[in-house]
Design a binder for this molecule. Structure first.
Ligand code: ATP
Ligand code: MG
Length: 859
């Protein structure tokens, strides 16, 4: 009966159904293997809370691991709930969720709401400066500290809520303990505790400089969020249910945040998989699963055992890897999908040949699948980013379009960071990392020495360098050491920032602000003359300014403009003009961060929107309180209704915002919202462009968590990459094994792994062996992997179609496609070389022209 009423329940198996329909006040913990529908359960549970239990969407908070996953979930929920409800769900990462609340309520814990978010690069620079001040001191103590190491320690401390003071106490306690013992490693231990003492001091100074810059680092978002929720727990009262995906990767702070949400009103559902825990290196604690059982009464645990994602062969192969862990708790996972083609394992002489194999094989599979597989059905998953370079160039050479996710992030590119720094300064002049970044970019003859003097002088005066610079321009006397010539150059810089600030305060659209930076700094000329890869960099700049990106980041959100303010602004701009064409809608349109949207007006106001609104309100004064509900979609603004009682015009967007929509937040300030979304963006930015052309995904394994593709390639399955050469301890190796497991279980139909005999590592050509994880599996079962190319024949095409829910391709046209492909195929030499055979490739020699899927064309 329920199923007729709630159609989304129809596609669930009994265990999933039980989870989705469990009473909302029962704490739910679902631990199950990959592809068993955990995320699907979570999404359906959200829908069920709304549809069956009558929750308002904004009373539900769902936390995912990446913004991409949040967007994915919102898309699914749009189908289940309709666009409007899906838009008002609070859906995002822990970081983004905290940032939203801190913008709105941060003042209550002493945080200015224009705080900047310092990214990894900013933090590194801050730490580098602090370390530089201590060079002689550290040298004397024979302590060698790199900023990354210090920041790592600080991060670990922060997520455990350890303050600098607490860290110092811990360091002293350890020092005392070591002084009392006379073990052999005494000297090392003593040194370690002094090092920790130094780190505690650095931690203190680091915090001071972040606070002075009115900035939060990523961990701070969580830590301050937690403080806010603990001190002002009423804020969370409207949140009736929190759902957490990928729970196995939460750290202590995130767990505590979840608890705050859950304790505010009770409802909590989490899903996860201990076998996929891959963030131990970032302080994720698998222990949180047990903690939850202690912290909540009557936790209901539900197991899901059917895998819907992968073929039997892929499931068997990945199980043979993960089950090598002796400490693992065994779990059942079966599939009713066919076994299908075996998992491929190939050996190549060099990474270049391996890359060439991948691009050739992608083209072959597209052809042999009869075009059923498009380029966006393929993913290449890498242990670390640097492996992507050779693969990207091979794909490019073979004209296979691709995009990189989880790589060098768009917003971390030098040129993008330069432009953002100007905007950050306009919003928050105290954000010193931005000041230091661009005070002399483009070069305006403000040398390092002058900057250092300026920073010192600012420190003495207890102001930020930006503020000191402004004071100098306004007539304060020059601090010692700074030459008068510098003042002139500083004036240029201050002038630009002030212009931006003024423009931003007038509600100028964000892309226009960026254009203003480009124009005033002559950034294009600067890039052209000082950077060799101008074209690529300029392309990024253009992408930053492009409307789609901005629409994605700033357009599809709830935000508001005060009608009265807008009217005043317009009158100031045009004192003689009548305000005939002023309407709340035009005000909204003017203030929109997207460019020139078309204006659509609700039928109610069609004749004369201004008149309609005016006639509904009384005196001039009461017009200040006009409110209109406006819908923004595809650049079209539509007025839905208006109401006199409220103060603002709300633009009520329907589509999902990166930070989760909702009526609260920092949405009244498009610039601030834009900066926040860009700092928290987990995507690369090439996502928004050209969505029409299907592209192969290149991603790190970490960034591929929770996702799936019909065909997955995992190159470099070698000792040194899987496990990474950095990992030596047993728990690290175990995490690497799980990482390989996560990679393998992303595949639905075809999984191809490969390894090479040599690879550049740390600038040196090194001999490579096959990953021990795979070797072990092979020793146990030599047929677990096959060196043959996956066979794609009529039967496999039909299996594919069934699993993907697509139409099987027509066999005649498939044959044509294959023939065309064979004619166009590159010669064997592109990825099989005599060198390879000469070096005794045991797989190569065994492999004959099997006829399987015309592999002979290549071999
Ligand atoms: P991971 O651990 O990798 O995050 P997961 O457990 O979250 O995996 P989902 O992503 O929710 O798994 O589901 C995997 C695939 O199986 C998806 O394509 C999903 O739509 C599909 N699926 C889940 N449950 C069912 C079902 N009952 N019937 C059909 N397909 C299903
Ligand atoms: Mg999932």
């Amino acid at each position: 009966a329920d199923i007729a009423k709630y159609p989304y329940l129809a596609s669930l198996n009994p265990a999933q159904l039980k989870a989705v329909t469990a009473p909302p006040d029962v704490p739910l913990q679902i631990l199950a293997g990959p592809g068993s529908g955990k995320t699907r359960v979570l999404t359906s549970r959200v829908a069920h809370l709304v549809k069956c239990h009558g929750y308002q969407p904004h009373q539900i908070t769902a936390v995912t691991f990446t913004n991409k996953a949040a967007a994915e979930m919102r898309k699914r929920l749009q189908a289940l709930l309709g666009e409007k409800d899906a838009a008002s769900l609070v859906l995002g990462t822990f970081h983004a969720t905290c940032a939203r609340y801190l913008r709105r309520h941060g003042k209550r814990i002493g945080l200015d709401n224009n705080f900047a978010i310092a990214d990894a690069d900013d933090c590194k620079k801050i730490m580098a400066r602090l370390l530089k001040e201590r060079v002689p001191e550290l040298a004397k103590m024979h302590i060698n500290l790199k900023e990354g190491v210090v920041l790592n320690e600080i991060s670990k401390a922060k997520v455990k809520e350890e303050t600098p003071g607490m860290m110092a106490v811990r360091a002293r306690r350890e020092a005392e303990k070591n002084a009392g013992s006379d073990s052999i490693g005494l000297k090392d231990l003593a040194k370690a505790s002094t090092t920790l003492e130094v780190i505690a001091e650095l931690y203190e100074e680091y915090e001071t400089s972040l606070r002075a810059a009115n900035a939060l680092d990523f961990d701070d978002l969580l830590v301050f969020g937690l403080r806010l929720f603990r001190e002002e727990s009423w804020i969370l009262e409207p949140c009736l249910h929190i759902l957490v995906d990928e729970f196995q990767d939460t750290n202590t702070t995130q767990y505590e945040l979840m608890k705050c949400f859950a304790y505010a009103n009770g409802g909590v559902s989490v899903v996860g998989d201990p076998d996929q825990s891959i963030y131990g290196w970032r302080s994720a604690e698998i222990e949180n699963l047990n903690r939850m059982r202690k912290d909540f009464d009557g936790v209901e645990a539900i197991n899901l055992e059917e895998n819907y994602r992968s073929t039997g062969a892929i499931l068997d192969a990945s199980h043979s890897i993960v089950s090598q862990d002796p400490n693992r708790i065994p779990k059942d996972l079966y599939t009713s999908h066919p076994k299908s083609t075996p998992v491929t394992l190939k050996q190549f002489a060099t990474p270049v040949i391996e890359a060439s194999y991948i691009s050739t094989e992608i083209k072959r599979l597209v052809a042999y699948s009869g075009g059923m597989l498009k380029y966006d059905d393929f993913a290449i998953l890498l242990r670390y980013n640097a492996l992507s370079r050779v693969i990207e160039s091979s794909l490019q050479k073979d004209a296979v379009p691709s995009r990189v996710i989880g790589g060098h992030k768009f917003f971390e590119r030098m040129e993008i960071k330069d432009l953002l720094a100007y905007l950050q300064l306009a919003d928050n002049p105290n954000f010193t990392p931005a000041f230091l970044r661009v005070v002399n970019v483009p070069r305006r003859a403000i040398g390092d020495k002058s900057v250092a003097d300026l920073v010192d002088a600012a420190k003495r005066d207890k102001v930020s360098p930006m503020e000191l610079a402004e004071r100098i321009i306004d007539g304060d006397k020059l601090p010692a050491g700074i030459k008068p010539a510098v003042k002139k150059n500083l004036a240029t810089f201050v002038g630009i920032v002030r212009k931006l600030r003024r423009a931003a305060s007038q509600g100028t659209a964000v892309d226009d602000l960026i254009r203003l930076v480009l124009e005033k700094t002559r950034y294009e000329d600067y890039l052209r003359t000082s950077h060799q890869d101008f074209d690529q960099r300029w392309e990024n700049v253009v992408e930053l300014v492009s409307a789609p990106r901005l629409a994605m980041l700033t357009g599809k959100i709830n935000y508001s403009v005060t009608v009265a303010q807008e009217r005043e602004r317009q009158q100031a701009l045009n004192p003689d003009g009548t305000d005939n064409d002023f309407t709340p809608a035009s005000a909204v349109v003017d203030a929109l961060p997207v460019r020139k949207p078309k204006l659509a007006v609700h039928p109610m106001f069609r004749h004369n929107p201004a008149e309609s609104l005016r006639s509904r309100s009384g005196s001039e004064d009461s017009k200040r309180g006009q409110k209109a509900r406006v819908k923004v979609e595809d650049d079209v603004v539509e007025i839905l209704s208006s109401d006199d009682e409220f103060e603002e015009v709300d633009i009520d967007a329907e589509a999902g915002a990166q930070l989760g929509a909702g009526s609260e937040g920092d949405s009244s300030n498009p610039l601030r919202f834009f900066l926040q979304s860009s700092m928290l963006s987990t995507d690369t930015g090439s996502d928004g462009d050209n969505v029409d052309t299907p592209k192969v995904t290149i991603s790190t394994v970490h960034a591929a968590k929770g996702l799936e593709w019909p065909v997955v390639f995992i190159p470099a399955v070698e000792d040194g990459t899987f496990p990474s050469y950095r990992c030596v301890e047993e728990h690290e190796i175990a995490e690497e094994r799980r990482l390989l497991y996560v990679a393998m279980t992303r595949a639905q139909l075809v999984l191809s792994m490969s390894h090479t005999m040599s690879r550049m590592t740390g600038g040196e050509e090194m001999d490579r062996n096959i990953s021990d994880f795979v070797a072990r599996s092979l020793r146990k079962n030599p047929t677990m992997f096959s060196s043959n190319l996956p066979e794609v024949n009529t039967q496999v095409r039909q299996q594919m179609a069934a699993m993907l829910g697509r139409d099987a391709p027509d066999e005649t046209s498939t044959h044509e496609l294959i023939m065309k492909h064979v004619r166009a195929a590159p010669p064997l030499s592109t990825w099989d070389t005599p060198e390879l055979r000469g070096r005794g490739n045991r797989f190569a020699r065994r492999e004959g022209p099997s006829g399987a899927a015309r592999a002979s064309d290549y071999w």
